[in-house]
Every structure is written in structure tokens, then in C-alpha cells.
Design a protein around this ligand. Structure first.
Ligand code: PA5
Length: 464
């Protein structure tokens, strides 16, 4: 079916968060939302301005950067690698994984080479020796591409994973040059210096944004594109979302409205746990990407009058229907501290009818997509009956255009929330502190003082 551009548009339904019918302590009144929206007026103009606090909106206009990614992708696809190993961590991995899973065939890795038309993809976003060691047992490095993503070029996990792989590539012998099997997406730093010296292909990690806001640029696009995802359409979807909201009233801007409700829920209604629960397996990694986006952007120290306090909602990924038999019990009857955000797809890409048979004759002829939607509505109704608020992001279909809209809307929602909390959503001092401590423990040069401080403050052991 061909759709007009508007046919891919995503929507946000906040009806399940409204008071009334919810009590004023559990839900939000429209007037409360309007008051918060007034505080959001400057956010988008600033993000589009000449000195934006982050470049994630402005990157959508950088067509040359997108073309550079696509040109590199075309060259690598022509070489027909069997496997692509993506090494990165946090924002340098989650976006690419979420985009690939949302847009590629659900069983991409199981397809034959011809059906896939691109490499199998493996994400190495941890230093568990079991994961990387076992991957090396199953991939043929002679026919592999390694995509190393690190803005700083110095993240210890990424450096370690890459060094293991480079060593393995060097041992292949038979004329294999490790640098010919690698692409680096990086900013200024040691990785770029190494790549430049050794003749590795380098893509630019945009200087004006952090990993968690990078999914619509080279760090997030290259890997899915080499696998065959139409990343041009993904970016087009994001641009379309921006054009929909850029001149609209804030009350018609789903990123701003959802941010205002999120802020009210956390700060005024004691709903500090914000669940993102897609009813689509393809969007499950997107919920993990969103958890990092919210956690690292909004979990900050903030000034509240004369004192400093920790703010930010706790993001919780879930999956429908699976979590109906798990966490939903907690959402409906546990502490009333949650705001559940569903993500639904109106028209799944496939139809799978149930045969009329035992043990559930009543399912005869029902499509699994209809069942999925009914179960999501059932969960929303159960939450409402228990006076628990919910909301819903609605995709007409899982398509690169609507997926691009959703990624961008959630990035923008995070920026609006950052403004409402009055914090810098674009740094991560808490993460940096952990990185420094790890360097000190590993005995890296220049971290002697930190090592001594750690040793002096080591907590007592209580090992049972
Ligand atoms: O979102 C972020 O900024 C972080 O999660 C980073 O992506 C992560 O720490 C990895 O950093 P780098 O890309 O410098 O290796």
C-alpha cells in the first residue's frame, strides 16, 4: 500500500492521564499541562538557533553528512561482508541497535545471504569475555566489517573490544589488513588519530551532540544502513515530524505535551517511574534506548531554591503482551508511582490468523495483531480502573518514516523535560565519575590521586 507522507504520522494519546476522570492527585488537568507548556516556548527556537544547547535538531538539515554516510554504506555493501560487528556502548550502540531491530526483518540474522542482502549484525556493547569470545568462534573475520563507534575515542569498554578484534584480525594472516576491515565513527581523539595513521575509513561523529542523541546521524545510521535499512526514509520521517510541530501551537506538539505531562507526573503527582511499553517486539530495543536517553539526560542534580536535589524520572522498559504476565501486576496494584506509556502499531506488517481449534475456539479467524491491540486496550482499561495513569504513542505502521518520527519525538520530548526541570540534559557528570574510577582501578597513567582516594574510601566487605 502506498501512503501519503501524512499516512506515516505518529500520534500521542494522553486521554488515560487526564483528571478528571482520574483524581487530581493521580492525573493531570489540561490547565496544568498548558501552564507547563508556557515554560517550553523557548526550547525549539533555541535548539534551532545559532548556538543550540545540542545539535540534535540541527543535524536533520545536514544533508551532506547524510550523503557521506550513504556513500560509505554503498561502498561497504558492494564488498558484501557476511558479518558486521558494531562496537560501542551507551548512546554509541543503543540507537543503532534499536533502529536496526525496528526497521529490518525481525529475523534478519536467520535469513539466507540472498534474502538478507546485507551482513548479519552483532552488537558488542559490553566487555563480557563470553560474548566477544564466542562471537569470534562463529564469524569469519576475513568476510567481516567492524564498525567502531566512540565520540570520545577513549571509552574503555569500546577500546578493549576493538583491541581484541584488531588482534584477532591481525592473526588471520593471509594478506588480511585489519584497517581494511574497519570503519571508525568518532570525534577528535585517540581513535581518530589511530585511524588516520593506519588508513581506516572514518565517519564524523557530530561534535555538537552526545551519543544518546545521535541515532539519526552516522553513529546510529551506518550499521543499520549497511544491513539494508532505508535510513534516508528514517531521517525523512524525523524531518517530517519537525515540520509538523515547528509552526504548530505547543498544545499540538506531542513531544512538548508528553514532556509536560511527564514532568507533572514526576514532580507533582508522585509518579516517578515512567514505563515505556511497546506492543511490538521490533520496538523493544527502542524502549531500552529510551531508558538510556531519559536516565542519562534527566537524572541530574538541580537547584531548588537554596538547596540542591536529585531529579529525574526512573525509566522502565517493558514489553506487551509479555509483561502482562509479569510487571503489569505491579503497575496495576503495586505502589501508585508509575506512569505507563504504551507504544502501539495500528497495522502490523504481517497478518497471522489463528485457526479455530482447541483450547481456544473463540480465537477462530482472529489476527494476532487484533489480539495484540485488544490486550493493550485491556491493560489500559485495567490501569484506569485502578486509577493509574497511562498514555499511548501510536504508529500507523512500523515503517522507516514512522520509526524516524518516533525516535525524534522522544529526543525532543527529553529536551522539553530537561527545560522543565531546569537542568542540562546534554551532559553526564555521573557517568564520567564512574569512567574515571575505572581508569584509576586499572592503573592508567595520570589517575594516581584518584586511585589513592578510592583505596582510602573502600567500603567494608560484607560477604556471606
Ligand atoms: O549518550 C552518551 O553520551 C553516552 O552514553 C556515550 O554514548 C557513552 O558513554 C559512550 O561514549 P563514547 O561515544 O565517547 O565512547
Amino acid at each position: 500500500m502506498t501512503r501519503s507522507r501524512a499516512g506515516w504520522d505518529i500520534h500521542f494519546d494522553a486521554g488515560g492521564s487526564l483528571a478528571p476522570p482520574l483524581a487530581g492527585s493521580q492525573g493531570v488537568a489540561r490547565a496544568e499541562v498548558r501552564a507547563e507548556l508556557r515554560r517550553c516556548r523557548e526550547v525549539l527556537p533555541k535548539l534551532q538557533g545559532s548556538h543550540p544547547p545540542s545539535g540534535f535538531v540541527r543535524v536533520l538539515k545536514r544533508t551532506a553528512a547524510l550523503r557521506a554516510v550513504q556513500a560509505s554504506v554503498a561502498r561497504w555493501r558492494a564488498r558484501k561482508p557476511n558479518d558486521l560487528i558494531h562496537i560501542g556502548i551507551g548512546g554509541s550502540s543503543l540507537g543503532a541497535e534499536a533502529l536496526l531491530r525496528a526497521s529490518a526483518h525481525p529475523h534478519h540474522g536467520l535469513l539466507s545471504d540472498r534474502q538478507r542482502g546485507g551482513p548479519r549484525v552483532h552488537f558488542v556493547d559490553n566487555v563480557d569475555p563470553e560474548t566477544l569470545g564466542s562471537l569470534l568462534e562463529v564469524v569469519d573475520l576475513r568476510h567481516s566489517l567492524v564498525h567502531v563507534v566512540s565520540k570520545s575515542g577513549s571509552t574503555v569498554e569500546t577500546a578493549a573490544g576493538f583491541q581484541v578484534l584488531r588482534d584477532a584480525l591481525e592473526r588471520v594472516g593471509r594478506g588480511v589488513r585489519w584497517a581494511d576491515h574497519c570503519v571508525f565513527t568518532t570525534g577528535r581523539g585517540a581513535l581518530r588519530e589511530l585511524g588516520t595513521r593506519e588508513g581506516v575509513e572514518i565517519l564524523d561523529f557530530p561534535a555538537d551532540l552526545g551519543g544518546r542523541f545521535s541515532v539519526l546521524t552516522a553513529p546510529g545510521l551506518f550499521t543499520p544502513a549497511v544491513a539494508g535499512v532505508n535510513v534516508g526514509a528514517v531521517v525523512q520521517g524525523a524531518r517530517r515530524y519537525l515540520s509538523r510541530i515547528a509552526n504548530a501551537a505547543l498544545a499540538d506538539n506531542s513531544a512538548a505535551v508528553s514532556a509536560a505531562i511527564a514532568y507533572l507526573m514526576a514532580e507533582h503527582k508522585r509518579k516517578s517511574v515512567h514505563v515505556l511499553m511497546p506492543y511490538a517486539d521490533a520496538l523493544e530495543p527502542l524502549a531500552r534506548w529510551y531508558a538510556q536517553l531519559i536516565g542519562e539526560s534527566l537524572g541530574k542534580r538541580a537547584r531548588r531554591g537554596a538547596r540542591t536535589t536529585g531529579v529525574g524520572p526512573t525509566p522502565l522498559p517493558a514489553r506487551g503482551t509479555t509483561d502482562q504476565h509479569s510487571q503489569v501486576q505491579l503497575f496495576v496494584e503495586g505502589p501508585a508511582d508509575k506512569w505507563v506509556n504504551f507504544v502501539t502499531v495500528e497495522k502490523p506488517r504481517r497478518v497471522q490468523r489463528v485457526a479455530g481449534d482447541e483450547p481456544a475456539d473463540y480465537l477462530e479467524g482472529i489476527d494476532l495483531g487484533t489480539l495484540l491491540r485488544a490486550e493493550q486496550r485491556g491493560t489500559a482499561i485495567a490501569l484506569a480502573a485502578a486509577r493509574r495513569p497511562s498514555a499511548c504513542w501510536i504508529l500507523p505502521e512500523i515503517h522507516p518514516q514512522s520509526v524516524g518520527q518516533l525516535f525524534f519525538a522522544l529526543e525532543l520530548q527529553t529536551a522539553y523535560q530537561g527545560a522543565l526541570y531546569g537542568i542540562n540534559a546534554y551532559d553526564q557528570p555521573g557517568v564520567e565519575a564512574g569512567k574515571i574510577a575505572a581508569f584509576a582501578l586499572l592503573g592508567r597513567d595520570g589517575y594516581k590521586k584518584e586511585k589513592a582516594a578510592i583505596e582510602a574510601n573502600t567500603p567494608p566487605s560484607w560477604r556471606i
